[in-house]
Design a protein around this ligand. Structure first.
Ligand SMILES: Nc1ncnc2c1ncn2[C@@H]1O[C@H](COP(=O)(O)OP(=O)(O)O)[C@@H](O)[C@H]1O
Ligand SMILES: [Mg+2]
Length: 290
């Protein structure tokens, strides 16, 4: 019998993360696979004489954390991770995601990775803000590179608000992006598993420009057409993702990639669409490890 490990972050435990683990455990058990749900608090990345500890006794690990050190340690100790470590790293950092996809023909809003600053005393230069404003126009979107649930995504309406945000974010990785006005307050969330789009919903906010469910957005089933599935499936393939939630904006001339979540929660889309996402993921895992 195959055995799996479902690994969650050491610190972060919410109803959504517990639901995720329990649903995957349940669906894998129906396929005859036993799993242990654990927190990533046992230092998988302990290193001695060039070797990492890792874990033994498992055929695979569903890595629901984003801890790149633990992911690297587990992979280098021979464990197959879902998703793979590199795919998680590329998605965790929004600027890296866009760089990884650059030149691939995936349609996306114009994006400027922010300039990195290592010293809080350094002064933010107005000419930087002027370049960003000239390149993207107002309003424009600013995102912290590491963030989710819409919490670290901002809209700058004018030069003073842009400068204020830039000063606040100066020492944190971030990016600037053209505001897709046609998509204000609405977008699409699609789930891709094993290269196939298995579910899609349209999310509509209650007033905010961000449509995240966690911020009060409402989801309804969305009929994924060929243009949407092509964008999502190509994106997932380029990033080598087994599983992901892809956010897509409604652009003037078609769909535009917004972001890729390697660790997307699926509770919201399961209830909005009735699709059994956990079952589809469990089946993909079993197929991949056999
Ligand atoms: N360039 C953009 N133009 C218009 N709306 C955007 C843009 N980028 C993000 N949004 C809105 O903000 C939400 C959150 O942004 P996203 O990049 O998905 O970050 P998060 O990881 O926090 O969900 C999106 O679901 C979308 O509704
Ligand atoms: Mg998002």
């Amino acid at each position: 019998m195959k055995r799996g490990l479902i690994l969650n972050n050491a610190y972060y435990e919410t109803p959504a993360t517990l639901y995720q683990s329990e649903r995957l455990k349940e669906e894998l058990l129906k396929l005859g696979v036993k799993t242990d749900v654990k927190k990533n608090d046992f230092f998988a990345a302990e290193i001695e004489n060039g070797a990492v500890k890792g874990v033994n006794g498992y055929d695979f690990c569903i890595f629901l954390d984003k801890d790149k050190y633990a992911a690297r340690a587990l992979e280098s100790a021979g464990l197959r991770l879902f998703n793979r470590r590199e795919a998680i790293e590329l998605c965790d950092d929004k600027a890296l995601t866009f760089l990884a996809l650059a030149g691939s023909g995936i349609p996306a809003p114009k994006t400027l990775p922010g300039l990195l600053c290592y010293s809080p005393e350094a002064e933010f230069q107005t000419k930087t803000a002027e370049y960003i404003a000239k390149t993207l126009g107002f309003p424009l979107i600013v995102k912290e590179s590491y963030g989710s649930l819409g919490k670290f995504v901002y809209k700058a309406d004018d030069m003073p608000s842009l400068i204020k945000i830039c000063k606040e974010l100066k020492c944190r990785p971030h990016l600037f992006q053209k505001f897709v006005s046609e998509s204000a307050g609405k977008d699409i969330r699609a789930i891709v598993i094993g290269g196939k789009t298995v579910a899609a919903m349209k999310r509509t906010s209650n007033g905010d420009f961000r449509s995240n469910i966690g911020l009060g957005g409402k989801g309804e089933p969305y009929n994924a057409d060929g243009e949407l599935t092509a964008l999502c499936e190509k994106t997932a393939a380029l990033l080598n993702l087994d599983y992901c939630g892809i956010d897509v904006l409604f652009g003037k001339d078609g769909y535009l990639l917004c972001e890729v979540n390697s660790n997307a929660f699926f509770g919201g889309i399961e209830s909005a669409t009735g699709v059994n996402v956990a079952k589809a993921y469990a089946e993909h895992i079993l197929k991949s490890i056999n």
